[in-house]
Design a protein around this ligand. Sequence first.
Ligand SMILES: [Zn+2]
Length: 259
Amino acid sequence: MSAYDKFLTEIARCNDDSIPIHFWWRDDDLISNSTQFEKLCLISDQLSIPVLCSIIPKLISKDLKLDQKNTNYVSFCQHGWAHINHEPEGKEKSEFGSHRSLLNVKTDIQNGIDILNNLTNKKVCSVFVPPWNRFDLSHIRALKELGFQYLSSYGLQDSSENSINISLINTHIDIIYWGKDGAHMRNINEIYLTLTELIKQYQNNYKKTKKIEAIGILSHHRVMQDQDFQALTNLMQSIKNAPGTSFTAPFLDISAGAV
Ligand SMILES: [Zn+2]
């Protein structure tokens, strides 16, 4: 059985058990207009799939124009402040780890808010995406006080995270492989197999909690090559075409506005 067939089989299991199966799409590290960003917008537009693009406020180049033609399905949100690691040597990278004071965290995030508010006619979504998907839970208060409704990091939610005082809309699969020798898009079969495992875990979670969690696909347009965009198109199209599935936009709600 091919990797894609395994993926479809797992989707069919969800359908048989009446388990809702949704996907959503996030793309990180937007800082400037580029051919890659245009391709990303085009894919979203052509496939009518909403995408949430996270922007690094401190690194924005002056040429970044967000109000362009092909952004009907594109929304924006804040991706940290400067994408700088503040953790000590040997620790996993984080811009908002436990070593930083709440005041410094809050100042950084507020600086980002101020920049993004002047960037686009569209309302920026009330979602905070921490660099490296890491945000120390002791700083959640800062997000709440600054008015964020959602934190978007990485991984399926377990019961322990239910105590977090903010809604999570996580991604679950990064289609980019980040190696020491550089970043590249993962093999498409590897992506289908990872998705299959994720859907299995999600089914188990759902049977216990009845909680719907959309599976988040994470891309990084700046490290993608020409051929990767075709592969991404094929991937998104195949997910969209799988029976009983849909792409959602959990980052959009009435108070967050956008699109
Ligand atoms: Zn990033």
